[in-house]
Design a protein around this ligand. Structure first.
Ligand code: M6R
Length: 365
């Protein structure tokens, strides 16, 4: 039941501190990830991994895109990420030592399942499913599995399934990192940061009133643009998908550096622009992109680290998030975007948990 909450989506957003903790439970040692969490054969298999192909749909695909940044940076393993409906009809070239990874909340998404079956003929090292539903087709048919432990997700818009997928993908990054030369000090730093994550998620959820206040700026708008850089570009994609899906506002996401290459032409006072701007090495670049938007009268909404001094001025609304380890920022910055879409949808009076034309689990092609 929804309990005290008005919608399942809101309830599921608020379950995130607990389910992220559940996704990490029993999988972290003192200073490293327990590789056996991925199954008894995982350790030997992971040592042989030379690259990774990740396949998924929708929100799960966005989790894969974030993981690419993590896996390449911390495990030094080349990664390709593709939507399942494209992957399954391509002549995929599979180099030796490639791990095939599927991501899915339901484990029943038709294209993702078909991609797994197709991959089986392609000579992959092994398949790994990161999935939320025990006993689902994807779980039954994969060599290795890691359950995301998010519990049942009822709202069509995926929320807790996404953040637990990200937690699981950070575990995969650290598990592969162990056999791929990841510095032990960095491993232990990331393990500690993961342990602190549920608390930080709680603190961000406590900012809900401020996020709700921002939502009024969207209810009358027809379009919105989400910007991010690096691992926050997929978070911008996810923010745009959430807004489209439940509020029916047309939203697009761009890596901030692409603005000048086309989308800037769309920016005027009718186009709110949402920027995900944690405090990482890309912040200065993002700041100059924001100026470009302001210069065209665009209304800006910036989600930034509390350590960033970004002044509110006419046309710029800033919401500060608690400081977080740079690697985990994509996970934390997802939350305000979920809440923002939720409040915009409530203002617009759409069916939040069951948006038009969509099904929770897409079991047909
Ligand atoms: O069950 P799956 O994770 O395989 O589902 C994939 C997509 O259908 C799903 O993430 C969809 O995009 C969500 N409704 C987005 O909120």
């Amino acid at each position: 039941s929804k309990g005290e909450y008005r919608h399942f989506m809101l309830k599921e957003i608020h379950e995130q501190p607990a389910v992220i903790a559940a996704a990490l439970e029993g999988r972290l040692g003192d200073s490293a990830v327990l590789v056996e969490s991925f199954g008894p054969e995982a350790r030997a298999l992971f040592e042989r991994v030379q690259q990774i192909h990740i396949v998924a749909c929708g929100t799960s695909y966005h989790a894969g895109l974030v993981a690419r940044y993590w896996l390449e940076r911390y495990a030094g393993v080349p990664v390709q990420v593709e939507v399942a409906s494209e992957y399954r009809y391509r002549q995929v070239v599979v180099p030796e030592g490639t791990l095939f990874v599927t991501l899915s909340q339901s484990g029943e998404t038709a294209d993702t399942l078909a991609a797994l079956r197709f991959a089986r003929e392609k000579g992959y090292l092994a398949s790994l499913a990161i999935c939320n539903v025990p006993g689902s087709s994807l779980v039954r048919e994969s060599d290795l599995t890691l359950m995301t432990q998010a519990g049942p997700e009822i709202g069509v818009a995926s929320t807790k399934a996404f953040t637990t997928q990200l937690a699981a993908l950070m575990l995969l990054t650290l598990a592969l990192g162990r056999s791929h030369g990841l510095d032990e000090a960095i491993q232990s730093e990331l393990v500690n940061a993961l342990r602190g994550l549920p608390r930080l998620v709680e603190r961000v959820l406590a900012l809900d009133e401020g996020i709700e206040a921002l939502s009024t700026g969207f209810a009358e708008k027809h379009h919105a643009l989400f910007l991010g850089r690096g691992a926050h570009f997929p978070i911008a994609l996810e923010g745009a998908l959430k807004l489209k899906e439940i509020s029916y506002i047309h939203a697009e996401a761009y890596p901030a550096g692409e603005l000048k290459h086309g989308p800037l032409a769309l920016v005027d006072s009718e186009m709110p622009v949402i920027a995900v701007a944690p405090n990482d090495e890309l912040l200065d670049k993002l700041k100059s992109n924001l100026q470009e938007v302001r210069a065209r009268g665009g209304e800006l909404y910036v989600f930034a680290d509390e350590q960033v001094s970004l002044a509110e001025e006419p046309g710029i609304r800033v919401l500060h998030l608690p400081h977080v380890h740079e690697a985990l920022a994509p996970l934390l910055y997802t939350l305000p975007l979920q809440l923002l879409s939720y409040h915009v949808a409530v203002l617009k009076g759409t069916d939040v948990d069951q948006p038009r034309n969509l099904a929770k689990s897409v079991t047909v092609e």
